[in-house]
Each structure stands twice: as C-alpha cells, then as structure tokens.
Design a protein around this ligand. Structure first.
Ligand code: FAD
Ligand code: TPP
Ligand code: MG
Length: 588
C-alpha cells in the first residue's frame, strides 16, 4: 500500500495531465477506476508494471498460481459487486488465467485481467514466452485488447471497466506489450473516458409487452417466478420481492439466484433444476405461467426442453437479447435491466388470488421431509447434510459461503439457506473445480468484516490448495470445511447411477488435510461423527486465523433428487427409503 504522499501524487495524476510511463498510466487509471486490490503473479513481460506499483495506493495479493488470481478477482466481484482485477505475465502466466476467465464468462462476472506481452517489435516471432492470449481468450471474454502504445493504455483500461460492468457483465482482458509499459505518454484520466455505453438496439420493453405481461400475471392461476443471478447483478431484489408479494407468486431459484430472495420468506420454494427440490420442479411443470427474472434457462434448470413446463405461458425479463428464445421459447420478452423493467411493470400489477395454488404446492412437498437425510436418526454416520446444516445454523445463515464443484456444492445449495444476495459464491456455468479456495480469498479481501466459509470437496481442494500459502501471507481469516468423502463424489454418483458402479478413477487418496494445513501454519481438526460437528464449527469460528475442518463424511452418499440427462424435469431419481441407504462397505 502506498503512503499518503504517494496517494496524493497518484491522485493528482487524475486531474492534471502528466507525462508517465505506460506502467504508471496503467496503475493511475486503475486508481481512477476505484481499484484498491489486484491479484497477480509477476514475470519478465510485466516487470515494468510491477516496478511501478510502489507509487500507487493499490494492494497486490501474490497468488500461487495465476488460475487463483482470476478466481480471486471473480470472488472479489461476486462478493462486492465491484470489478475484480487479476494480473499475469505473458506466456504461461497468461494461459494459466484462462480457466478463471472462462469461469467468469459463463457466470457473467465482471473482471478485468491484465497481461504483459513481449515487445511489439517481436510480436509474432515466437519470442520467449509469447502467446497470442487475445486469440486464445477471444471466445471466453466479453472483449479483449492488445495494446502496443503507452498512449492507448488509459482509454483501453477505462473502456474495459465500462464493458465489464455494463448490460450483461463479463470478463475483459487487456494484453499490454512490454515496450508500451516502458514508453511514456501524456496521461489524462478525463480525456480517456469512454463514450457512453451504446444500448443494444434490441434492448427494449414496449408498452404493449408490459401490458401483455401484466395481463398474463393477472389471469394466471398457477404462476411461478424463476429467480436467477440477473436479480443480484441488477440489484433488483426489492422489485422481485414486491412482484412476488403483490401478486402472491411463489419463487423458485436457480443455483446462482440463491440469496436473491430470502430463503425464509413464505413464498420461497427453494432451488429448481437437476438437484432442485422435488416440489419446485413439480410446481414448474404444473405452472400455467413462468416469469423468468434474470435467468437463462440453463440445461441444468430445464431438464429436456421438449417437455419443459408445457402448460405454461412464459415471460422472460432479461438484459441480453441473445438469451431470448435461445433455450426456451417465450410468449413475452421484456429486454432490459431487470430492476428498470420491474419498476415499469409493478404499477400495473394488483392483487391476485394465490391461495389454492400455494396450498397445492404445499401438498407437493409430500414425502420430501421424511426423505431428508438430515431428519434421520444418528446411526453413527456423518453425512455432508449434517455438516452444512450445522454451519448454517451456527453462522445464523449470515456467512459468505464459497463452494467448489461437486456433491458438496449441491448439498450446500440444499442445506445452507441463503437470506441475502452475494452470500453464495459458486461456479455454476463452467463448474470449475478448484474455484472455492481462491474465490474465498477474493471474497474475504473484498469484505474483510464478513465471515467467510469455504465448502470444498477433497478432490477440488487439491486442485488449488497451494493458495493456503496466499491466505497465510495475506493474514486472512477464512474457515475451510473439506467435505472429505474419499471420492470424486459427483462423478462417482454418475458411475453408480449410469455406469453399473464401475468406479473407474474416482476413489481418491488424499494427504492428511489437517497436516497439510499445519505445514502452512494453519490450525485444523478432523471430524468423523455427527456429535463433534457443532463443536468443531465453533472452534473454527473462534480461532483468530484461518482454520481447516476435515469432515470425513459418508463415502457413497448421493445428491437427491436428481434429474438425469435427457429426462423431463418432473422425472427425478429420489432418495431411496431409509433401509436402502448406501453406507460405506467397511462400516457395515
Ligand atoms: C454440479 C452442478 C450442478 C448444478 N445443478 C443445478 C441445479 O440443480 N439447479 C440450478 O439452478 N443450477 C444448477 N447448476 C448451475 C447451472 O449450471 C447454471 O449455472 C445456473 O442454473 C445459472 O443460473 P442463472 O441462469 O440464474 O445465472 P446466469 O447463468 O449467471 O445467468 C444470468 C442471466 O441474467 C441475465 N442478467 C444479468 N444481468 C441482468 C440485469 N441487470 N437485468 C436482467 N438480466 C440480467 C444474464 O444476461 C443471464 O442471462 C449446477 C451447476 C453445477 C456445477
Ligand atoms: C476442473 C474440473 N475437472 C473435472 C470436473 C468434473 N467433475 C465435476 S464434479 C467432480 C468431482 C468433485 O469431487 P470432489 O471435489 O471430491 O467433490 P465431491 O463431489 O466429492 O463433493 C468432477 C471430477 C470439473 N467440474 N472441473
Ligand atoms: Mg469428494
């Protein structure tokens, strides 16, 4: 972090045009854009930039692998709503960012990634550590730039921030050649301001469409709101709640929408889709109207589209015209920012008789409660559901939970009840294992006063466990719950259901995670019974520093319900009765 004197000097650059090196221009522009934290890893092609950092009030977190830098920027953004920034050198540094960039792209997360490249004079000669990173990332960025002149840096950075944040957010990459970093140019922050964002010509919601939507809502007998991630990105939580309450419409959420509508609200149904609650999927299949708010009908949400909600009219409120009629054909499209659209729609909505439909859905809950593994007597087996339930109970549902990808991710979605937006951080679209630990570092950096939990599988944890050292170097307090089932559990589940239990390459030997944490100077505990869970969660929370809990859970438990690929949304594999519970062979 720079001193006050350097802060003033660097801020002065923002108001008075000054001659600076390209490297200095980069930092000065980031300061001007409000950046306070950058996650990165140095190397030759970006050394001028690292050399200039000391003059600017930006904190740099040194990661252990550039994939971690992109996930940290992503977690920072998901937790705070601000643009996260990652930085890497050319060649392998840049290519290591790619998984993190694609993760942000699939979930529409605004991050800006900055890479150094070889000097413009040798571009295209296979120079040392030269890769065409703009070519490589073209399909996984919202936009990217190759900058080879110092004077182009400030306009590119400012434009990148505008692109990352505007309309449907997404990642932007800026590749800057080394000679552009070293050359000087006149820096004028104001003059580098991009032209106002050009609204997509198809982005409109006509009066007639609003009237049609209001009429469909007024006349619906069995409506359901499909609440997605776009609610959080738009900041339209209040408007969605007003719509639900005014017209008494139950709300089903996507994985990325969890937290957009309070879990404890009487109209909240829970998660939809492949591992959604059975009654939610049945309600969608029985509905006569679906109001999709900032969600994109992902295939994990619809099951096979041919049989998806065939009785329902559909209203789609969405900022990206490309999403309209992409997966599901809709009757009314309102293309625009969700909050803005709902502000126009709400005055046209009055009360609606919701009672019989809500009672019908209550009836659909049927045997779900008795199938819930959490309610089974303690037979000495530790299920992930118990662990997540206790973390939820003890944290009062107020923590930011960052998950990895797999069974534990789905159990988190089912058993941690999110009341507020930006409290579940998870990779939905790309499903990137290794996401959780670095994304949690980003989240904690953005929100130092919030309690942050990592819920991660034994497999995914090993993909980016090197970032434990980053946590220690940054002196962060994060609680880590490893859901250790000895398997690549989600893949094992598919092998159990669809490949005759041929557990090929899914049993996984792991290090002693508590010792691994210990080697980093991080405390930890192994927990293998239900009775120990609450005490262990308390111990982790009470510890001054990061704490790792290694939960040795039932090895062959599965996530239920499950809509298998190619099935209709209502055709779910349900948890077998309690006598048929699969338990680890050696414990029988
Ligand atoms: C193992 C695994 C299992 C999964 N199982 C499930 C499951 O059972 N159920 C489930 O729901 N998901 C599941 N997912 C996640 C799934 O793959 C998708 O990521 C998720 O459904 C997408 O949710 P979304 O459409 O709300 O969010 P996104 O994919 O982020 O889409 C958000 C939409 O909102 C729009 N938008 C953005 N900003 C605005 C704005 N200001 N105004 C209006 N619109 C806006 C965007 O253009 C976009 O179309 C699973 C993922 C994994 C890895
Ligand atoms: C980088 C990456 N490689 C492979 C996969 C495919 N995959 C999805 S879930 C999963 C298993 C995850 O195992 P673990 O981390 O132990 O979590 P669990 O399912 O056991 O809770 C795998 C291999 C993936 N999503 N991401
Ligand atoms: Mg596992």
């Amino acid at each position: 972090m720079g001193t006050n004197a350097t802060t003033q000097a660097s801020n002065a650059h923002l108001t008075t045009p000054t001659r600076l090196t390209g490297a200095e221009i980069l930092w000065a522009t980031l300061v001007g854009e409000g950046v306070t934290d950058v996650f990165g890893y140095p190397g030759g092609a970006i050394l001028p930039v690292y050399d200039a950092l000391r003059k600017f009030p930006i904190h740099h977190t040194l990661v252990r692998h550039e994939q971690g830098a992109a996930h940290m920027a992503d977690g920072y953004s998901r937790a705070s709503g601000k643009v996260g920034v990652a930085m890497a050198t050319s060649g392998p540094g840049a290519t290591n960012l790619v998984t993190g960039i694609a993760t942000a792209m699939l979930d529409s997360i605004p991050i800006v990634c900055i890479t150094g490249n070889v000097s413009s004079k040798v571009l295209g000669t296979d120079a040392f550590q030269e890769v065409d990173i703009t070519g490589i990332t073209l399909p996984v960025t919202k936009h990217n730039f190759l900058i080879s002149r110092a004077e182009d840096i400030a306009p590119a950075v400012r434009y990148a921030f505008q692109i990352a944040k505007s309309a449907r957010p997404g990642p932007v990459l800026i590749d800057i050649t080394k000679d552009a970093q070293q050359a000087t140019a006149l820096f004028d922050f104001e003059a580098a301001k991009p032209r106002p964002h050009r609204i997509h010509p198809m982005r409109k919601f006509e009066d007639s469409s609003l009237a049609r939507a209001a009429e469909l809502i007024r006349s619906a007998k069995r409506p359901v709101i499909l609440a997605g991630h776009g609610i959080i990105e738009s900041g339209a939580m209040e408007q969605v709640r007003a719509l639900a309450e005014r017209a008494e419409i139950p709300v089903a959420l996507t994985l990325l929408g969890l937290g957009a509508f309070p879990a404890s609200h009487s109209l909240n149904l829970g998660m939809m889709g492949m591992h959604g609650e059975a009654w939610v999927n049945h309600a969608i299949q029985e509905a006569d109207l679906l109001i999709a708010c900032g969600m994109r009908f992902d295939d994990r949400v619809t099951g096979t589209t041919a049989t998806y909600a065939t009785k329902a009219k559909k209203i789609h409120i969405e900022v990206d015209p490309a999403e309209i009629n992409k997966n599901i054909k809709v009757d009314v499209a309102l293309i625009g920012d969700l909050g803005e659209v709902l502000e126009q729609l709400l005055p046209r909505i009055s009360g609606r008789e919701g009672q019989p439909w809500l009672k019908t859905i209550d009836g659909m809950k049927g045997d779900a409660a008795v199938r819930d593994i959490k309610n089974l007597p303690d037979l000495g087996h530790l299920y992930a559901a118990h662990v997540i339930h206790d973390i939820w109970r003890i944290t009062g549902g107020n923590a930011i939970v960052v998950t990895d990808v797999g069974q534990h991710q789905m159990w988190e979605a089912q058993y941690y009840h999110h009341e507020k937006p930006r409290t579940l951080i998870t990779s939905g679209g790309l499903g990137t294992m290794g996401f959780a630990l670095p994304a949690a570092i980003g989240a904690k950096t953005a929100c130092p006063d919030k309690e942050v939990w990592v819920v991660v599988g034994d497999g995914g944890f090993q993909m980016t466990a090197a970032e434990l050292a980053t946590i220690v170097q940054e002196e962060l307090k994060i609680n880590i719950a490893v859901i250790n089932n000895g398997y690549l559990g989600m893949v094992r589940q598919w092998q159990e259901f669809f490949y005759e239990r041929n557990y090929q390459s899914t049993p996984m030997v792991s290090p002693d995670f508590v010792k691994l944490a210990g080697a980093h100077g991080i405390q930890g505990l192994t927990v293998s019974t239900r009775a120990e869970v609450a005490g262990a969660v308390d111990a982790a929370r009470a510890a001054p520093g990061t704490f790792l809990l290694n939960f040795k859970v039932e090895k062959e438990d599965s996530v239920y319900p499950m809509v298998s690929s190619g099935s209709a949304l209502h055709e779910m594999i349900r948890r077998p009765g309690k006598d048929a519970l699969v338990e680890s062979p050696e414990e029988k």
